[in-house]
Design a protein around this ligand. Sequence first.
Ligand code: CP
Ligand code: NVA
Length: 305
Amino acid sequence: MKNKHFLHISDYNKEELWEILELAKSVKAKFRNREDYPHFKNKSLSMIFAKPSARTRVSFETGFEWMGGHALFLGPNDIGIGKREAIKDISRVFSRYNDMIMARLFEHKHILELAEHSSIPVINGLTDYNHPCQIMTDIFTVWEHLGNIENIKIVYMGDGNNIVHSWLHLAMRFPFHFVCCCPDDYKPDKDTVEKAKNAGISNIEISHNPFDAVKDADVIYTDVWASMGQKDEAESRGKVFEQFQVNQKLMDSTGKNTLFMHCLPAERDREVTDKVMESDYSIAFDQAENRLHIQNAIMIKLSEQ
Ligand code: CP
Ligand code: NVA
């Protein structure tokens, strides 16, 4: 791959993204059989978390160790990135110890800085701006379930957040119909929407009407209404987002069989009802599993440069 780091989906071209998806398919089969796959023997991965995590932490650590390497978990109170020490100093120190860095940070500019000064690959494990590993996983999961990626309709319901920005980046590379249905004051970043529209690859829409937006949807996707770092706004957001809840009535109004997706963690009976989460058409746990396989593929590809 041309890029040393994995920071945004749109840093890669369509062929490179397909290579990741194809590789994920083959490493998924190997992992499920627990085949030996010592790709990272004697290698190490530092995992820096400034925010909480279940899936990202466990999937990266499990994947890297399955491939023969050692993964180090560095939680919010461990290294104090950008507080105890400058970000660029962490980049240079870890570049001497490790073979790869995965980081979950608040400000997006901080992951750009970490990568700029690092001589080893840096993977974005979520920032306030985007979550590329998640959306690569999501499109892989859609591919598994629908056998197709192109020309499907994906309706995202809720806050125009980091998840939406990565969907928009993907829409600059693969052609599909993406609708972000959100309250007017919670739209995604204007520049990112413009770039996705101007790329001329996908049909991008911003809507504020849930029942109109979901017509003919192949997938309805949602995420928490208050992201990490915004939890003190949870109560006030609850009122604004109420009509954007994914419930059975909304799922029934698409006019076709529609899959439900969620990046997790879910706050049941807020952005999605318990019933929808537990339904046969919910593929949220397939998504969660696939984080492991997509990230393994991304790490292998980055190591092969
Ligand atoms: N979807 C996701 O990134 O989950 P975690 O926050 O638990 O890592
Ligand atoms: N938008 C959510 C995603 C969690 C995976 C957050 O940033 O908290």
